[in-house]
Design a protein around this ligand. Structure first.
Ligand code: ADP
Ligand code: ZN
Length: 736
């Protein structure tokens, strides 16, 4: 596959004026001059003077004339790293334009590893020389061992060689001085073996084969095209897109796979390694600095062929993308809420378009946004309606909690208790799902009714009994449970209200004293290694009952798991989130999909107070499309996305008066007109977060209106005083 990057060929010689983009939150690039001894190209990483310091940036193109010749400064150096590809520069500009963040702030995400801009420093290494020991040389056992090690292995540092031979480094240095070891320079670091696309995959069913063939054709066309791979859980979607990955690798391109919960991707990594004979490069926040640095450079120079990563992997400097896969495309965690606010699935589509490569969006419950694009004919559609092999979809039923209430101070209803006993008695596994960490979401004083809340947020403190602390799930504030009520002084008066996963575990342990129980939540399982270990224990049946939050709901394949109990199916349904119903449906469908993935049939019990809610009815009937249609009709009628555009502004600061003044000022000049509506300012549901007061405004427009232009004009009219921040969110997913 040829490198399609043509803009990189533009070069600038001595005296030329060029624009350099810096990874700083500034509005645009600055002009610099190319000095006599340098040549730079578009995309070159360069070092430039900035005030009294130096900064690294990227040559963005020919300079403008915004600064006088005499004040123009020279570029100091061109860095020894492949230039940023044109598609990547265009992507930075595009994301900035769309999200209303400064291009420098976006570029910072694309230069997240400053160390990677310099080649790794070579280290001194030792290898066996051709020389034989002379007459005066005294051979000792230690020296003998080093020479043997050196003869057998690759060149290594003195420390590594000494360790391998079980001697001190002075022995190695003595042998080098005697000429028996050659001394050289080499660089070390992680290396990524090349995945082998020729390894055979499983034999695909006719249905799978048809979908795979279309994806492979789309990879072969090497043009931008979006395919939606919609298939029920366990239908073999992963096997199908592995075929597309094989085709892209074979054609010489790079592949990017995005996963929502990279910390829990152990099973995916193992499957990839089985299929392609090599572990892929990973990209997420849990890597060491050395790996991060080596991986960034190896993506830039093309030696890494496939990256599986979290949303930030989108900003890696791929020079030759042949395919992007977004698995679980509907997942809300693709929306980045901190720093530059963007949606990684949507931006992945943009990246594919700018890189002229195909992209596959994969899900068992595609988002309404994606399905609307299918209906509008913009995205291709591939459907896998059946589970692979003999596995059938689980049987889903509701437990009406009004008719079958759990015992007092308990949360598992009689039918669910019975099912648990049955399944565990038969030697199978069960899972209880509750999307709430900790022991109890609310602690109150029995005496005066005071509720323990976070001093910095509009939120209750959640009791975590395992760690013996109260925690704010919004800001991380923690405290020990006070001995007496801070309001009325009553001693030992606190009562835990409502369940979290820890409390469910307590109830289950009392009910099933023999069962081996594991609680899986982001605070009980920290990091990819711990997650991989839990998954292994489940697969190896060292655990009978799994109690977890959404981190366990996605993607995993547990052959012995035959019962899923959803403790509170209504949990996500209330609240002012326009996607509440859709998101609950997707989450519960995913959770249900964990049951009965192998020969043994699965069963799902949804505990609910609203068995006739459209979400619950949709899950019970298995009629996803009807649910989606009803949801679409509802949004269409109210012009919510994807049938309208939405943007949010949150004004925040410690001084409530200033915050309100800015919010009111924005309200006075708010966009209005045909097809435009502004809601607010109003206190955000989290009206206090980390000690900052928050006011929200929401702009909703018709689809044909340029909401970015409107927002730019609007926000440009307001002067924001110190201590007040505007958080702009185009296409918000969070309404807190
Ligand atoms: P999905 O991604 O749609 O949930 P998977 O790709 O994880 O489905 O497939 C579910 C299980 O079935 C996996 O263990 C997978 O290896 C297996 N499987 C799917 N298709 C095939 C096939 N054609 N031959 C053998 N095993 C398959
Ligand atoms: Zn808090």
């Amino acid at each position: 596959m040829a490198n399609r990057d043509t803009r990189n060929t533009e070069t600038f010689g001595a005296g030329a004026r060029v624009q350099v983009m810096l990874p700083l939150p500034i509005a645009g690039p600055y002009d610099y001059r190319v000095p006599a001894d340098l040549t730079v190209g578009s995309g070159s990483f360069v070092e430039v003077p900035l005030g009294s310091r130096r900064a690294n940036g990227v040559v963005w193109g020919p300079g403008g004339h915004d600064i006088e010749e005499t004040r123009l400064k020279d570029i100091e150096a061109v860095l020894d790293v492949p230039p940023m590809p044109a598609a990547m520069r265009a992507f930075v500009d595009w994301v900035a334009d769309y999200t209303l963040y400064n291009p420098g702030a976006v570029l910072r995400m694309a230069m997240s590893v400053p160390d990677a801009l310099h080649p790794p420093r070579p280290k001194t290494v030792f290898a066996r020389s051709a020389q034989t020991p002379g007459d005066g040389f005294r051979m000792t056992p230690a020296r003998q061992r080093v020479l043997e090690e050196a003869a057998d292995g690759p060149p290594r540092s003195a420390a590594d060689l000494a360790r391998a031979a079980g001697v001190g480094t002075s022995v190695v240095k003595g042998l080098a001085a005697a000429g028996l070891l050659d001394v050289g320079q080499a660089t070390f670091g992680p290396r990524w073996p090349v995945p082998d696309p020729k390894w055979p995959g499983p034999e695909l069913s006719v249905e799978q084969g048809g979908a795979a063939a279309r994806l492979v054709a789309s990879v072969g066309a090497a043009r931008f095209a979006v395919s939606v791979l919609d298939g029920v859980t366990g239908s073999g979607k992963t096997e199908v897109y592995f075929e597309a990955i094989a085709a892209a690798l074979e054609a010489g391109g790079q592949v990017l796979v995005l996963l929502p919960e990279i910390a829990l991707s152990a099973q995916w990594l193992a499957r990839f390694e089985d299929r392609f004979g090599a572990r892929p490069a990973e990209w997420h926040s849990d890597l060491t600095q050395a790996t991060r640095r080596a991986a960034w450079r190896a993506v830039a120079d093309g030696t890494i062929r496939l990256v599986v990563g979290a949303r930030s992997a989108l900003f890696l400097p791929f020079e030759n993308l042949g395919l992007i896969v977004v698995d679980e495309e509907h997942d809300a965690s693709y929306k980045q809420e901190e720093g530059v606010v963007y949606h990684a699935r949507d931006m992945a589509v943009v990246r594919a378009q700018l890189g002229e490569c195909p992209i596959v969006l994969v899900s068992a419950t595609p988002s309404l946004e994606t399905m609307t694009n299918v209906q509008r004919g913009r995205y291709g559609y591939l459907h896998l309606p059946h589970r692979h092999g003999t596995a059938s979809l689980p049987d889903i039923s509701a437990v009406d909690l009004r008719a079958d209430p759990p015992p007092r101070q308990a949360w598992l209803s009689p039918p669910l208790r019975e099912a648990l006993c049955e399944v565990l008695g038969a030697g199978e596994q069960a899972m209880l799902f509750l999307n709430r960490r900790g022991y109890a979401p609310l602690t109150l004083c029995r005496h005066c009714g005071h509720r323990l809340h976070c001093p910095r947020c509009t939120a209750w403190l959640v009791e975590h009994r395992l760690s013996r602390r109260l925690q704010c799930h919004h800001c991380g504030y923690g405290a020990v449970l006070p001995g007496s009520c801070p309001e009325c002084g009553a001693a030992d008066s606190f009562a835990a209200c409502g369940p979290g996963v820890e409390r469910i575990a307590e109830e289950a342990a009392a009910l099933l004293p023999e069962a081996r129980i594991a609680v899986v939540a982001s605070d009980t399982v920290r990091g990819p290694a711990a997650a991989a270990e839990v998954i292994r224990r489940i697969v190896d049946h060292e655990i009978d009952l799994l109690i977890g939050t959404q981190i366990i709901a996605k993607g995993h394949h547990f052959p012995m798991l035959t019962l899923v109990g959803v403790v509170d199916a209504d949990l996500g349904l209330s609240g002012g989130d326009l996607r509440a119903a859709e998101r609950t449906f997707q989450l519960l469908y995913q959770v249900a999909g964990r049951a009965g993935r192998a020969e043994r049939p699965g069963r799902v019990l949804l505990q609910t107070f609203q068995p006739h809610h459209p979400v619950i009815e949709g899950l019970l009937s298995g009629d996803r499309d009807r649910f989606l249609e009803a949801e679409a009709a509802d949004r269409k009628a109210r012009h919510w996305p994807p049938y309208g555009r939405l943007a949010a502004v949150v004004v925040s600061g410690r001084d409530v008066g200033r915050v309100e003044a800015v919010a009111a000022g924005l309200g006075r000049v708010a966009p209005s007109g045909d097809g435009i509506e502004t809601l607010g300012p109003a206190p955000a549901p989290l009206s206090l977060l980390r000690g900052r007061h928050r006011r929200r405004l929401l702009v909703r427009t018709r689809l044909d209106i340029d909401i970015q232009g409107l927002m730019r004009h609007w926000l440009g009219q307001i002067k924001v005083p110190g201590g007040v921040r505007l958080h702009v969110d185009i296409g918000p997913y969070s309404f807190l």
